[in-house]
Design a protein around this ligand. Structure first.
Ligand code: KG4
Ligand code: ZN
Length: 342
């Protein structure tokens, strides 16, 4: 296996992250600077606030990485950076920094697709993973199911089979949490509230499985939560549920999203005759989803690759893991590397 020592940077949304990683799996140093406290006051990620925080954290973070890893820029084989998809300004901070460092250090540059990074995290966490496999990536911006035909494939080596017709699952978690008065960030708050709730109180499962029989849909679910929580007054109306009611709505919401994700994944696994299913993205940190997918897959004789929580939410180790695959495949970018929001 070809060797590499990579510095990877990630700034596509509201986490500034960096890592120095050997051969795509040996983490010499890592940091993740979460901006969650900065955005909480606004109830969501504010792009301008995110950009400024990335600018403040990124280069000091890189300095600290070298100290911790005990290597120098001259030891690097490449600088890797997330260049798509994400908040355009946030991506630009990371990509501009990576370009500057690559130029100053005379080191190759490798642009990494954030979603391919989430997929690489599963392979990193589960060495037994075999292609072809399905990769379910569930985050704040995406809810996609991919067919990966080859482990460590080059760019564009995966086919998107299923996606959302409207909101992403993570976005739905964040919006539902707001409607239920649970605050930001929504995913972990809904999961916590759901623990004491009854997920069968509201049956919203059908709304997440559109009649096309293939994709996901989460905007109808959001509206259903709104009516349950705020009645006819809508989004701005007073919360009509007590704590127990909020818990039941959170549990029912979580059950409906999980049911859709698991149902479509198992359908696709059968259609494509795969043996393995991998999970990734911030929503993959949800314990209820992790357990439900593992249980349902085991019943069908499927194997699952589910990364630890720290590799599910945004981080730079997964970007290094994906960059290593690209590095081995001979991919190198130039200083004209583009930054793409979608
Ligand atoms: O992958 P990620 O960290 O950033 C993007 O690429 O979007 O995903 C962030 C999303 C947010 O919508 C957040 O609410 C959701 O992941 N999330 C969760 C949990 N932790 C984070 N959703 C459900 N349950 C969780 N425990
Ligand atoms: Zn992500």
């Amino acid at each position: 296996m070809k060797k590499s020592l990579l510095l990877a940077l990630e700034s596509s949304c509201d986490e500034t992250a960096g890592a120095i990683v050997k051969d795509g799996r040996d983490v010499l140093a890592e940091f993740v600077a979460s901006q969650v406290d900065l955005h909480r006051a606004y109830g969501g990620v504010v792009p301008e606030v995110a950009c400024r925080a990335h600018m403040e954290c990124l280069l000091p973070g890189v300095d600290a990485l070298f100290k911790q890893a005990g290597v120098t820029p001259a030891d690097l084989d490449a600088v890797a950076v997330t260049n798509r998809p994400g908040l355009i300004g946030a991506l630009l901070v990371g990509v501009s920094a990576a370009k500057g460092l690559a130029l100053a250090w005379d080191t190759p540059l490798i642009g990494v697709d954030h979603i391919e990074g989430h997929i690489a995290a599963a392979a990193l966490a589960e060495p037994r993973l075999e292609a072809p496999y399905l990769a379910l990536v569930v985050s704040g911006g995406h809810t996609n199911l991919y067919l990966v035909r080859e482990l460590g494939a080059g760019r564009g080596g995966m086919e998107c089979l299923v996606s959302t017709l409207d909101d992403a699952a993570g976005e739905a978690f964040d919006k539902a949490a707001k409607l239920l008065g649970l605050g930001f960030p929504g995913g972990p708050r809904i999961e916590a509230a759901a623990k004491s709730g009854d997920g069968s109180v509201y049956d919203w499962r059908k709304s997440c499985l559109p009649p096309d029989g293939v994709n996901f849909s989460f905007s109808g679910l959001k509206t259903a939560v709104m009516y349950a929580a705020r009645g006819r007054a809508g989004r701005k109306g007073p919360l009509l549920l007590d704590d127990a009611g909020v818990a039941d709505a959170a549990a029912s919401f979580q059950e409906s999203v999980t049911n859709a994700l698991v149902t479509r994944t198992l359908e696709a696994a059968e259609r494509h005759g795969v043996k393995w299913v991998a999970l990734g993205g911030g929503v993959a940190a949800n314990g209820y989803l992790r357990a439900a997918l593992a249980r349902a897959a085991a019943e069908k004789g499927l194997e699952v690759a589910i990364p630890p929580m720290s590799l599910c939410t945004d981080n730079a180790v997964m970007i290094a893991a994906r960059a290593h695959e690209l590095f081995v495949a001979g991919v190198r970018d130039t200083l004209s590397l583009e930054t793409v929001a979608r």
